[in-house]
Design a protein around this ligand. Structure first.
Ligand code: MN
Length: 355
């Protein structure tokens, strides 16, 4: 068979057949000495089809050549394991990409950008914080203004459990981050906070759930501003008059809205609208989103609990943030605005001005 006929029958292009032959694979049965034309035998069709299938499975040509030089059926098992491993690694990377995107922006660079260090060290943050008990008997929200670490947490659990969980999480995060201010240190601090809340719960012996949401902005030593987030507390950024929500709530309804299974409108009255899909202190493994956040002088960031945004609309938030100059006064105006509106839940806001 000429190379053209053979190509048509086995489904490999003439170009591929030539490159395989050059690699010592599926060498033509005969070559015309004067014209240089290649001829394949019908007996080679079977091998050609197997090669086409192995290529489809992603096996490199050199590996197929080696396989035919030394046929070994166990090689198929090894390829199979490689395919499964690669697929697992790709799915893992995809899941991580999804997690990074869920927080909005600028996934962390694989290696810290040391050149940014000088810029970040020069970043000044002016905070203002405010909290209100709302219509509840206890205020289970907690705030932290640390050294380069700003956080808000909304405790979960009956009696005083929620209060204990949110405070313990923030204090543990702060102490641990102070010992290592790198991104790795921050993530480790988060794991420690998760463990501290989980262990406190176990030590208590009660079966009541204890946990907390967390939204934190950290100025790390090696990258830049990083947001950490789990649960339904939020981070917003007001930049040049535009308010952007940088976190996506980890709630049953928010996730259904994201996948298009529930409309924004129906989510407001959905029976599971308060059900969190993630929180600190609930699982042994910390389940948190993190990402780099760009902070420019003039930006105003807001960390808040759900008590605020369930009462004030995004437009109302923006209105207050754009009109009240000082961060402390802006935080008070937001929280008082929600309280005056008859907020049922605890309300907490932290306003950070980047200078
Ligand atoms: Mn709340």
């Amino acid at each position: 068979m000429s190379i053209g006929d053979f190509s048509a029958r086995c489904g490999l292009s003439a170009k591929m057949l030539r490159s395989y032959a050059a690699a010592g694979l599926l060498v033509p049965a005969a070559v015309d000495g004067s014209s240089g034309y290649r001829y394949y035998s019908t007996g080679q069709l079977h091998q050609a089809r197997v090669i086409a299938l192995l290529r489809q499975a992603g096996i490199p040509v050199d590996d197929i050549t080696a396989f035919y030089d030394n046929p070994d059926e166990l090689q198929l098992d090894r390829w199979e394991r490689e395919v499964v491993q690669e697929s697992t690694a790709r799915r893992q990377a995809l899941a991580e990409a999804r997690a990074a995107l869920a927080v909005g922006h600028e996934p962390l660079p694989a290696r810290p950008e040391t050149s940014r260090k000088g810029i970040e060290m020069a970043t000044k943050v002016s905070p203002g914080t405010s909290t209100h008990i709302g219509g509840r008997e206890t205020n289970q929200d907690a705030v932290l203004v640390g050294d380069g670490l700003f956080a808000v947490a909304d405790g979960i659990g009956g009696l005083h459990n929620g209060e204990v969980a949110s405070r313990l999480a923030l204090d543990t995060l702060d102490a641990s981050f102070n010992g290592d201010r790198s991104v790795a240190g921050l993530l480790n601090a988060c794991r420690e906070a998760n463990r501290a809340v989980g262990q406190h719960q176990t030590a208590d012996g009660g079966d009541a759930t204890m946990g907390t949401t967390l939204v934190a902005l950290a100025m790390t030593s090696d990258v830049k501003a990083v947001v950490l987030h789990t649960g339904d507390s939020r981070l917003y950024r007001l930049r040049r008059g535009r308010l952007e929500q940088l976190t996506h709530d980890h709630t049953v309804t928010a996730e259904l809205v994201r996948t298009g299974e529930l409309s924004e409108e129906d989510a407001q009255s959905h029976p599971y609208r308060h059900v969190l899909t993630r929180a600190l202190g609930v699982n042994p493994d910390v389940d948190i989103d993190y990402a780099g956040v760009s902070c420019e002088p003039g930006d105003r960031l807001v960390l808040c609990t759900d008590g605020l945004f369930k009462v004030l609309s995004a437009d109302e938030l923006k209105g207050v943030l754009a009109s009240v100059a000082e961060p402390q006064q802006a935080a008070d105006a937001l929280v008082n605005g929600a309280a005056e509106r008859g907020a049922e839940d605890n309300v907490t806001a932290m306003v950070l001005d980047i200078r």
